[in-house]
Design a binder for this molecule. Structure first.
Ligand code: NAP
Length: 307
């Protein structure tokens, strides 16, 4: 058993408190040694509001986990890598593809680990779905990812600012699963993007891909929420429900568990392994689809949105 590693958590907001703090507390690999946030803190943990000071004073901290929204994240990631720290990035890994490429080059030059996490890939039924599809021919696939932005991102205006990605903030979770399970890669061929009249990012998106693959993302769904991926193959029908946590084959339950609580512990276990083995893990395939949708998509204006 290796000694626990000290990690600093940066950007103490919704996901840090909901998932990162409990996942670190439950892990024998990690000790939460400090936080850095302008307002947020974690009880009993040294709190900084100046990241440069944390990096200068805390040589005992070898790993930094960044839970900030994507736009401010790059400067923190670059500073941490320049200061010799391994870095773990929340999804999406950056505001642009090029800035994540820059971080990859920096991590490589510094001999450090960079982990661009995709928490939905750690959902209970994703690995069984990938294994089942491996030797099948996919004839059609459809994603339905419809949730209520007011419930999951209450008052978070950054999601509607440039770089916040709008409905692609949850949609990229579906794309992270799709790109993990399909036996052959697909590429985007068309999209319609619905921008609220008063906002800079879309609240709805319909995507079409090669290989008869499509997606419907919507952030205006009240009541029951839907996070489903249906895949038709030459040897039966696969459905992933509950954000990749439940697998059905031909309508019958085949694997999984209806809870997301295993995703972040699995991410921290993977980060521990990457650091100890001197590797990085940066797969930008989900973000390429989002960038392509923003490039190729037809923009439509819809009703204004306010929280
Ligand atoms: P959030 O609560 O709005 O932001 C996290 C914290 O980042 C804020 O509390 C704030 O802390 C800090 N922050 C915000 N803007 C900043 C800025 N411009 N400069 C420096 N610090 C800033 O967001 P979140 O929901 O936790 O999401 C953060 C990331 O996690 C996103 O990439 C999101 O996609 C991902 N994620 C979120 C969820 C979810 O359910 N919300 C689930 C999975 C993944 P201070 O004010 O204390 O500095």
């Amino acid at each position: 058993m290796s000694a626990p590693m000290n990690v600093a958590l940066v950007g103490i907001g919704k996901i840090a408190i909901d998932q990162h703090v409990p996942a670190i507390a439950a892990s024998a690999d990690w000790t939460l040694a400090a936080t850095c946030s302008r307002h947020g803190t974690v009880d009993g943990v040294a709190a900084y509001d100046d990241f440069d000071r944390l990096l200068a004073e805390r040589a005992d901290i070898s790993v930094v986990s960044l839970c900030l929204p994507p736009v401010p994240r790059f400067d923190y990631a670059a500073a941490a890598l320049r200061a010799g720290r391994h870095v773990m990035l929340e999804k999406p890994p950056g505001a642009t593809l090029a800035e994540v490429h820059a971080l990859q080059h920096l991590a490589e030059a510094q001999g450090l680990t960079l982990f661009a996490t995709w928490h939905s890939r750690m959902a209970h039924a994703v690995a069984p779905a990938r294994a089942w599809l491996q030797d099948k021919r996919v004839t059609r696939a459809h994603i339905t990812w419809r949730e209520d932005v007011r419930k999951w991102h209450p008052g978070q205006d950054w999601v509607f600012e440039p770089g916040g990605m709008g409905v692609f903030d949850p949609g990229i979770n579906a794309l992270s699963i799709l790109t993990e399970i399909l036996p052959e890669p697909v590429h985007l061929t068309g999209a319609e993007l619905e921008f609220p009249d008063n906002r800079a990012t879309p609240i709805g998106a319909q995507l079409r891909f090669s290989g008869n693959v499509s997606a419907d993302f919507d952030w205006r769904q009240e009541g029951p929420q839907t996070w489903d991926i249906e895949v038709e193959t030459d040897a039966g029908h696969l459905a992933l429900r509950m954000g990749g946590n439940v697998l059905e084959i031909d309508g019958k339950a085949a694997a999984g568990e209806n809870t997301i609580m295993g995703e972040y512990p699995a991410l921290y276990a993977r980060m521990a392994d990457l650091v100890r083995t001197g590797q990085s893990d940066v797969d930008l395939a989900p973000m390429v689809h989002v960038a392509d949708a923003m490039t190729l998509g037809r923009r439509m204006t819809v009703a204004p949105f306010d929280f």
